[in-house]
Design a protein around this ligand. Structure first.
Ligand SMILES: [Zn+2]
Length: 275
């Protein structure tokens, strides 16, 4: 294969720039960085022959171009992961950078990201449980964003959306579940099968069980008390909860209500503005 780009580059380098000059050693020097654009072959059969080489500023220019290309590739890869992995654009803002530092559990989110390789290998997920509005979804979103930034595929959705999608696509149900299981990390928000019908329970079990068998980690958020999960009302719930508790380490969310807090922050800001 002929590398045309390389050929063009060599041609460009072979043409000396006006400021270039010949050094005392007979080599061509760059007029900008004063390093050689040539070297002399020291071994036969081409001994003594002058060969082109990039000067220092040319090397730096190439490195910058490579870094720029890599940065563009990375940004595009992350963008693709986010477009495919998030069901709601707001999830993109749930990042460690946007954390207000008031959630004591956030250290577990950082731990998960820092130890991702272990979490993945050991198939360890989280079961985030506790009252509504204590920051469970934000916590999960922080993990999703941080991993996607490392080009790890994450699918973050919620059970209502999963059930809707499954109901809408009877034919493609297996493919749909397979897609959920392809993601290296699956996050399902708002688990609460207590409202579920028999059909809903069956579908939820299919998703959880498929994920379990995929051997990849799962993070679930729920408003259900852990006690309910540990003492299910019937076998239909028990087999779902057993799987969840086998895969996910429970983390309790307590304390201040995040949404109420945000509302208070807004009120405080509004008062500041009015004063
Ligand atoms: Zn130069």
């Amino acid at each position: 294969m002929i590398d045309f780009e390389e050929m063009l580059r060599c041609k460009a380098e072979a043409t000396p720039a006006p400021e270039d000059y010949e050094g005392e050693d007979g080599l061509l020097y760059c007029g900008k960085c004063h390093t050689p654009k040539q070297f002399r072959m020291s071994a036969p059969p081409m001994e003594g022959r002058l060969i082109r080489c990039p000067c220092q500023c040319e090397q730096e220019r190439r490195q910058r171009a490579d870094a720029e290309r890599e940065a563009q590739r990375h940004a595009q890869a992350v963008e693709d992961l986010m477009r495919r992995g998030f069901t709601d654009a707001a999830m993109r803002t749930w990042t460690f950078a946007n954390d207000n530092g008031k959630c004591p559990q956030m250290k577990h989110a950082r731990f998960f990201v820092e130890h991702w390789e272990t979490m993945k290998a050991e198939n360890i997920g989280y079961l985030l449980w506790g009252d509504v509005g204590t920051g469970k979804s934000f916590f999960a979103g922080c993990i999703a964003n941080a991993l996607m930034e490392r080009e790890i595929s994450v699918c973050m959705t919620n059970f209502a959306a999963v059930l809707n999608d499954l109901a809408a696509s009877y034919e493609g149900r297996n493919e749909y579940i397979a897609r959920l299981c392809r993601a290296e990390l699956l996050i399902v928000d708002d688990f609460g099968v207590e409202r579920g019908t028999e059909y809903g329970l069956e579908q939820v079990y299919n998703v959880i069980d498929s994920r379990y068998r995929s051997g990849k980690p799962l993070i679930v958020t729920t408003n259900l008390p852990l006690n309910d999960l540990r003492h299910p009302q019937d076998t239909a719930h028990a087999r779902i909860y057993d799987r969840l508790l086998a895969m996910c380490a429970p983390i309790r969310f307590t304390g201040e209500n995040f949404r109420a807090l945000t509302a208070q922050d807004k009120l405080a800001r509004l008062k500041n503005l009015m004063n």
